[in-house]
Design a protein around this ligand. Structure first.
Ligand SMILES: Cc1cc2nc3c(=O)[nH]c(=O)nc-3n(C[C@H](O)[C@H](O)[C@H](O)COP(=O)(O)OP(=O)(O)OC[C@H]3O[C@@H](n4cnc5c(N)ncnc54)[C@H](O)[C@@H]3O)c2cc1C
Length: 438
C-alpha cells in the first residue's frame, strides 16, 4: 500500500495514491495527463471530496486535488456568463456573482463543493422550474487522456456535452466551466409542519412554488414543508446569535450528542427524532433573504446518505411504502427523510434524465466518527425505490449491481462508447468506474 493518504469529507473511505498533486493552471493539468499517458498510470481528480460513494476513491497513480485550481476566468455581465476554473467552490461562485448583481439559479443544501465535482455527480437542489447544477452549464472544456483540450456545448461536440456534464470523472479532466447565471434574487421562505398524509396531498404544490422540499421525521407523523419563492421584497433582519443557536448549537452540536448517546440505545432514536423536531422545525418560519444564503445549511455531522431519483408520479406510493417499512420492521432510523424535485434533465447519466424527478434521500449519521449500522435499512429502502425505477445519486450509497444499474439509463451505452473512445487505456478509471464500465 502507498504511504500517502487522502480521506473524503464523510470519512467513508481513504485513498492511498502514489502521488498527490495540487495544480493551479491548465498547463499543469495537461502536463500531468501527458506524464500519466507516458507512464500508463492512473489519475483521479478530486474536487472538495464531499462524495460518500467510492466515486472519488483511488489507490493507484496520481490523485489531483483541484483546491488551488479555483480562479474566476471571465464574466460577461450582459449575458450572465461566468467562466471559471473547475476546482472553484459553489460558495466562491455565489460570492462573486452576488458582488456582480447575479446568482446561481438553484443550489443544493451546501456550497463547499467544487463546480466540477458537483456537476460530475448530478448534484441538484429542488424546484421544477430550475434544473440541477449541470443544467446551469453553457459550456465546458475537458482535457482528455491524450492531453487534448476539447470544448463541449450545445453547439460544439454536443454528444460530449450531454455525457460530460454528469461525467462521473470518467471522460477526462473538466478544466473550465462556463455557467449561465441569473439576475440576483431574494427568496421568501416559509416553513410549516404538516402531517404525513398532508405531505402526500401537498406534493402538487411543487408545480406552483419555485423551490420546495419536505423533511419527514421518521417515527413521527411530522413533516417540515419548506417553500421558497423568488421575491422583490427586501431582506428581513436576522439575529446572528439566534441563527447560531438554531443552526450550529441545536442543528449540529446537540443533535450529534443525541446521535452518539442513542448509538448505545437505538430504541431511543424515535425519542431523539421527536425532540429534534421540536427544537429545529416546530416553530413556523417566514423570512426573506439573499438566495445564496437561504438555500444552504451549516452541516457538520458526518453522514452516510442514500438518495434515489424516481419518476415524480411514483412519489406518494414510494414514500408511503417507506413509512410502512418503518412501521412493520424493527428499524430505528435517523432523521430526516428528504423529498426534493427537479425537472427532466438532458445529461445522459443524470438521475433525472428525460423524466421529471422526485429525489428521496435517507440518512445515517456518524456521530463523532462512530459508524452506526444502517445497511439493512438502506437496502430495504433500495428495494422499494428500485421497484419505482429509482436511479441512485452518483455521490451517495446504493445497492444496484452494475448489470442492473445500466438498465436504468437509456443512453448508458452511448456514454460507455464515448468513454472507451476518449480514454481507451482507462487513465481516469478507478475501481468504482471499472465495476460499471469494464
Ligand atoms: C453534507 C453534504 C450535503 C450534500 N448536499 C447535496 C445536495 O443538496 N444535493 C446533491 O445532489 N448532492 C449533495 N451532496 C453531494 C455532493 O454535492 C457531491 O458529493 C459532489 O460531487 C461533491 O463535489 P466535490 O467537489 O466534493 O466532488 P468530489 O467528491 O471531490 O468528486 C466527485 C466526482 O467528481 C469527479 N471530479 C471532480 N472534479 C472533476 C473535474 N474537474 N473533472 C472531472 N471529474 C471531476 C471526481 O473524480 C469524482 O468522480 C452533499 C454532500 C454532503 C457531504
Amino acid at each position: 500500500m502507498n504511504q500517502l493518504k487522502w480521506t473524503n469529507w464523510s470519512q467513508s473511505f481513504q485513498s492511498f495514491p502514489e502521488t498527490i498533486e495540487f495544480p493551479s493552471s491548465e498547463t499543469d493539468l495537461v502536463a500531468l495527463v501527458n506524464t500519466s499517458n507516458k507512464n500508463s498510470s492512473k489519475i483521479k481528480i478530486i474536487g472538495s471530496g464531499h462524495s460518500c460513494s467510492l466515486i472519488a476513491e483511488t489507490h493507484e497513480g496520481t490523485l489531483i486535488s483541484l483546491q488551488n485550481y479555483n480562479k474566476i476566468l471571465s464574466y460577461d455581465k450582459d449575458r450572465y456568463l461566468l467562466k471559471v476554473q473547475s476546482g472553484i467552490s459553489l460558495k466562491a461562485i455565489g460570492l462573486f456573482l452576488d458582488k456582480n448583481n447575479a446568482a446561481l439559479s438553484n443550489l443544493g443544501t451546501i456550497d463547499p463543493q467544487s463546480i466540477a465535482g458537483a456537476i460530475s455527480t448530478g448534484t441538484h437542489g429542488t424546484g421544477l422550474k430550475f434544473g440541477a447544477m449541470d443544467q446551469q452549464i453553457e459550456a465546458l472544456e475537458i482535457i482528455t487522456a491524450d492531453g487534448e483540450i476539447m470544448t463541449a456545448s450545445n453547439s460544439q461536440n454536443r454528444e460530449l456535452f450531454l455525457a460530460a456534464r454528469v461525467g462521473l470523472g470518467a471522460l477526462g479532466i473538466i478544466s473550465t466551466v462556463t455557467l449561465k447565471a441569473v439576475p440576483k434574487y431574494n427568496l421568501e421562505v416559509q416553513t410549516k409542519t404538516v402531517s404525513f398524509d398532508e405531505m402526500l396531498t401537498s406534493i402538487p404544490l411543487i408545480h406552483t412554488t419555485d423551490f420546495l422540499r419536505f423533511w419527514w421525521v421518521p417515527h413521527t407523523d411530522k413533516v417540515q414543508l419548506w417553500q421558497a419563492d423568488k421575491t422583490e421584497q427586501t431582506i428581513t433582519k436576522t439575529n446572528r446569535l439566534k441563527d447560531w443557536i438554531q443552526g450550529i448549537l441545536f442543528g449540529n452540536i446537540v443533535h450529534e450528542i443525541g446521535l452518539w448517546l442513542t448509538s448505545f440505545y437505538p430504541k431511543k432514536i424515535p425519542t431523539l427524532n421527536r425532540w429534534m423536531y421540536r427544537l429545529l422545525f416546530e416553530k413556523e418560519q417566514q423570512l426573506i433573504g439573499n438566495s445564496k444564503d437561504l438555500f444552504v445549511l451549516p452541516i457538520h455531522v458526518k453522514q452516510s446518505v442514500m438518495e434515489y431519483g424516481i419518476p415524480i408520479e411514483h412519489t406518494q406510493k414510494a414514500i408511503s411504502e417507506i413509512r410502512t417499512l418503518l412501521q412493520t420492521k424493527n428499524l430505528k432510523v435517523h432523521m430526516p427523510i428528504e423529498l426534493r424535485f427537479t425537472p427532466e434533465n438532458d445529461a445522459f447519466l443524470s438521475m433525472a434524465y428525460k423524466r421529471t424527478t422526485c429525489y428521496i434521500g435517507i440518512i445515517s449519521y456518524k456521530p463523532f466518527g462512530k459508524d452506526i449500522p444502517h445497511d439493512s435499512y438502506f437496502e430495504q429502502v433500495h428495494t422499494i425505490l428500485k421497484k419505482y425505477e429509482g436511479r441512485p445519486h452518483w455521490a451517495k450509497k446504493h445497492f444496484y449491481t452494475p448489470e442492473t444499474l445500466e438498465t436504468c439509463y437509456p443512453e448508458w451505452h452511448t456514454f460507455k462508447q464515448l468513454k472507451n473512445n476518449l480514454d481507451p487505456k482507462g487513465m481516469f478509471e478507478n475501481n468504482f468506474l471499472k465495476s460499471y464500465f469494464s
